[in-house]
Each structure stands twice: as C-alpha cells, then as structure tokens.
Design a protein around this ligand. Structure first.
Ligand SMILES: [Zn+2]
Length: 167
C-alpha cells in the first residue's frame, strides 16, 4: 500500500516524489514517537544522501546552508536522539569522530580507509553466507558491526601518483 508508492521514489525526481519521501520519513519518525521538525528533516536528509557516512561536523556544515540558525549542539543532540530511536546508526569512529548512516547501515559491511576517513559500503562474496551461518549458529540477527580497515584504493592510487611526480 503506502510502501508501493514510496518504493518508486527516485531521489532526483520532482517534488511529488519529495513529498512522498517526506511523508515516508514523517511516518518513520512518528513510529518511534518523534516529530519530524524542519531541523530533523534536514539532518536526516543529509544522513540519507551523504554517501560518505558523515560525522556530526559534516552534517552540521551541510545543514547550516539551509538552516543558518542551527547550532552544532542541536545536531549532536538530534543525532543522539535518532541513534537511540534506531533511525541512525553509528558505523564506527575515525579520529575520535563518530560516523553515521541511516538504520539500514546496520545490515551491511563497511570499509574504512584509515588514510582519508572515507567509508564505503562493502559487498563481498561470502557475506550472505557468513550472515546465514551466524544466524543458524547464534540466533536471530538485528544487524552487524563488520568493518574492514586499511588503505583504500582512494589513497593507494594517490600515493602512487605523488611518487610518480617525485621521480
Ligand atoms: Zn582514502
């Protein structure tokens, strides 16, 4: 029913879709007893659209362009509230900054580039098998904290390029 419409949403599409998106999010917030205020909407939208799993500072800087009066403290408080309500997921901490995604992030694996802090979603052969195996052995899963760390291709190629420039 409601799902059928919202599934069709394409992010770049017209305002009818944005309205459907808004209604979906408002319902999601209501389901956990929260009102979807203008500030929360802006924060949640940034969380949804920022592919790099932002920290609070990054969310604050992005949201401030739309809502100049918002404070960093408000963004902190909102992120904590959304995390407690299960709307946001703390993926990991990098250089003492917590990095967030929407609650869907708790179902997937990530890779953290320890050079630049980029966090990518990870799809690997065997992950589904691992999940099933964990479920069979341990019990019903609600999510997983699976984070690979290292020097990503993002920074490996940059290191190579600067080595070339030096030579
Ligand atoms: Zn990197």
């Amino acid at each position: 029913m409601a799902n059928k419409n919202t599934k069709k949403n394409k992010r770049k599409a017209v305002s009818a879709n944005e309205q459907a998106q808004y209604r979906e999010w408002r319902q999601m917030f209501h389901a956990v007893g929260l009102r979807l205020t203008k500030q929360r909407l802006a924060i949640y939208r940034e969380l949804e659209t920022n592919q790099n799993h932002p920290d609070v500072d990054t969310i604050f800087r992005a949201v401030r362009t739309d809502i100049p009066k918002i404070s960093l403290f408000t963004v902190y408080r909102t992120m904590n509230m959304m995390e407690e309500a299960g709307l946001a997921w703390r993926i990991t901490t990098w250089k003492s900054h917590a990095r967030y995604g929407t609650s869907q992030e708790r179902q997937i694996a990530h890779f953290l580039c320890e050079k630049c802090g980029r966090i990518d979603n990870v799809e690997l052969d065997g992950l589904a098998t691992l999940r099933r195996s964990a479920e069979n052995t341990l019990g019903a899963l609600t999510g997983m904290d699976l984070i690979f760390r290292g020097t990503g291709k993002c920074c490996a190629s940059r290191a190579k390029a600067s080595a070339r420039r030096r030579s």
